[in-house]
Design a protein around this ligand. Structure first.
Ligand SMILES: Cc1cc2nc3c(=O)[nH]c(=O)nc-3n(C[C@H](O)[C@H](O)[C@H](O)COP(=O)(O)O)c2cc1C
Length: 196
């Protein structure tokens, strides 16, 4: 069965990201075609990137990097739950992405964003980053408005239509996540890494 990590892209005290991730997880949990797990960056205590070698070389010196790598490697696909900070994703999420390389490769990703303008600019930046990491990002995305999908900009009250969009997004994610798992399994059987 495909395993999906729902990554909370904010560690800010009072963050909205945790409620958004739990809402996605609750909607996903009823499915029987994949398993879903929330991944909270707060649990991994990653410093600013402190590995001497580029992640693409695959030699991780630090225990915190290896713990993060083991968690990310355990999934076939990801849902990035991202805020919009200064027209991009959060620094903490970008840093966490930068720590690793092979663990992301040839997987699938989807995005749930939130912000004054729905967080869409954060997702556009994330899509550029996904290309460099050999991650296939699906088209359907969820953009929650702080003005209309939250009460007082904080209590999550998503409009009803977003639930259908989550289903469509996960359908796309699981299709690509499954196809890429088959590809990775084939390459592994042939002793190929699948990345340059
Ligand atoms: C440093 C910072 C920068 C922000 N910049 C933007 C922005 O450029 N566009 C936007 O729509 N919202 C922006 N916001 C509002 C956030 O998207 C909103 O506060 C959101 O809830 C933050 O996610 P979090 O609560 O999970 O940390 C910003 C918030 C912070 C803290």
């Amino acid at each position: 069965m495909i395993k999906v990590g729902i990554i909370i892209g904010s560690t800010r005290p009072g963050r909205n990201g945790e409620a958004v991730a739990r809402w996605v997880h609750d909607l996903a949990a009823g499915r029987d075609d994949a398993s879903f797990e929330i991944v909270d960056l707060k649990d991994f205590h990653l410093p600013h990137l402190d590995e001497a070698l580029p992640p693409a070389m695959g030699h991780y010196a630090n225990a915190h990097t290896r713990a993060w790598a083991d968690k990310i490697a355990s999934f076939d696909a990801y849902v990035f739950v991202t805020p919009e900070y200064n027209h991009s994703t959060s620094g903490v999420l970008k840093n966490a992405i930068d720590f690793l390389y092979a663990e992301w490769n040839n997987k699938a990703a989807a995005f749930v964003s939130y912000g004054s303008a729905g967080g869409v600019r954060a997702v556009e930046h994330l899509r550029l980053i996904m290309g460099e990491l050999h991650v296939a990002d699906v088209r359907t995305q969820i953009a929650l408005s702080l003005a209309t999908d939250f009460e007082n900009f904080h209590v999550l009250t998503p409009a009803a239509h977003h639930a259908d969009a989550v289903t469509a997004m996960l359908d796309e994610l699981l299709a690509w996540g499954g196809a890429l798992k088959t590809l990775r399994d084939t390459w592994q059987a042939k002793g190929m890494s699948g990345t340059a």
